[in-house]
Design a protein around this ligand. Structure first.
Ligand SMILES: [Zn+2]
Length: 98
């Protein structure tokens, strides 16, 4: 938990506090309480989804241009899993932010 200073009286306070303990000034830019990490960290989800998708796409490329064989089940799972994960993350973040 990070510390900041009250803009009015200079009292040290948590960045998560909505009001200063000393003078009661409301902190304008206090972050709103939100669900911790799993749903909150959307950037991580986007990154992992992109990684999955790229891994799947790479395996697709290997399959077609390397061996001439159809892509493996794993390639499909990675490619479409990445897409679905990204879509779900988009939807979740859209609902969370409203
Ligand atoms: Zn204060």
């Amino acid at each position: 938990m990070a510390l900041t200073r009250c803009g009015k009286c200079g009292e040290r306070m948590s960045t998560l506090a909505a009001v200063c303990k000393k003078c009661g000034t409301a902190v304008a830019d206090a972050p709103e309480p939100r669900a911790p990490s799993f749903l909150g960290n959307m950037t991580l989800h986007y990154l992992l989804a992109a990684l999955l998708f790229l891994a799947g796409a790479w395996m697709y490329g290997q399959a077609y241009y390397g061996r001439g064989a159809p892509p493996s089940t794993l390639a499909n799972v990675l490619l479409y899993g990445g897409l679905v994960w990204y879509a779900v993350a988009r939807c979740v973040s859209w609902f969370v932010r409203r």
